[in-house]
Design a protein. Structure first.
Length: 281
């Protein structure tokens, strides 16, 4: 059985409290921030709000669980090589908090109300708590391994579509436009004619929460990092859905090319991406 607390301190309660506080602060900074610059490429933005939110989250987690390790996006040098190294180094930790302080920075910068805070806790490499908070809609998504997933206290269930042709599918345009975008566009091209429609809303964590809540039938994106998807993956599996890589291999913290769905459409979805040679780069 999974242990969800040490002493009187409950992991999930800390994750919820921390995500809520960070999300409220992020929302208060909407349209009121500076020091915007690009990180790895011209498409890769960061603001003082990303950094401030991560600092707040680290402080809160460290206060409650000083022995736990934290992997946060803004604590890692930009680019895929550095993030892979950081994840490899962190993977041996017994308790590892995996944090994206602001998922959907581009949306935040433009005032497009679709961004989130994503906090997951992995125990020996397996995600046991996942929390995603959407401050603009005040929607808090919470999952505990083996205990189900909830939005605003209400149990979530994935959608019921059985075919891609009845499905609403989301994707993300990769930050690495040179390398990954052509691959992604082959998938978009192949799926556009097969699905009910496609959406690209700009937060991987929130897209995954929407799959868990049954608002999207599925989502895929290539070139992501553990902090984008760790919480969302548990939300989906605890809502009855399926999470793999784009080839259909089981989810782990190492998966960068994510494919998730209500389960029913999963094989058809993955097969289309494989056929379009759109599973990675
Ligand atoms: P972010 O807003 O936290 O950076 C949108 O397609 C998704 O891609 C978002 O979840 C976004 O997360 C992520 N993303 C943006 N820039 C990225 C980069 N340079 N590398 C990997 N993922 C990135
Ligand atoms: Ca970022
Ligand atoms: Ca992110
Ligand atoms: Ca981020």
């Amino acid at each position: 059985t999974t242990v969800f607390s040490v002493g009187s301190k409950n992991f999930t309660a800390v994750a919820i409290n921390t995500a809520s506080k960070a999300g409220e602060w992020i929302q208060s900074k909407l349209g009121d921030f500076n020091s915007l610059h690009t990180k790895y490429s011209m498409h890769d933005l960061v603001t003082e709000v990303d950094k401030g939110a991560e600092k707040m989250i680290r402080n809160l987690i460290q206060t409650h669980f000083p022995t736990h390790a934290i992997l946060g996006e803004e604590g890692v040098e930009p680019g895929p090589a550095a993030s892979q190294k950081a994840l490899d180094e962190a993977s041996h930790e017994e308790y590892l908090w995996i944090v994206d302080p602001l998922d959907g920075t581009t949306n935040f910068v433009h005032g497009f109300p679709f961004f989130s805070v994503s906090i997951a806790l992995a125990y020996k490499g397996e995600v046991i708590v996942g929390v995603v908070y959407d401050p603009m809609h005040d929607e808090l998504y919470v999952a505990e391994k083996g205990k189900g997933a909830y939005v605003k206290g209400k149990r979530m269930k994935v959608s019921l579509e059985q075919k891609l042709s009845d499905s609403l599918i989301a994707t993300g345009f990769p930050a690495d436009r040179q390398m990954a975008l052509p691959t992604n566009m082959r998938g978009v091209q192949a799926l556009t004619t097969k699905v009910r429609n496609l959406r690209v809303a700009g937060s991987a964590a929130l897209h995954m929460a929407y799959v868990a809540a049954g608002r999207l039938s599925g989502f895929w994106e290539i070139g992501l990092n553990a902090w984008d998807v760790a919480a969302g993956a548990l939300l989906i599996s605890e809502s009855g859905g399926k999470v793999t890589d784009t080839l259909g291999n089981p989810y782990s913290l190492q998966v960068r090319n994510i494919l998730c769905s209500n389960g029913q459409i999963h094989d058809e979805f993955s097969a289309e991406l494989v056929a379009a040679e759109a599973t990675g780069f």
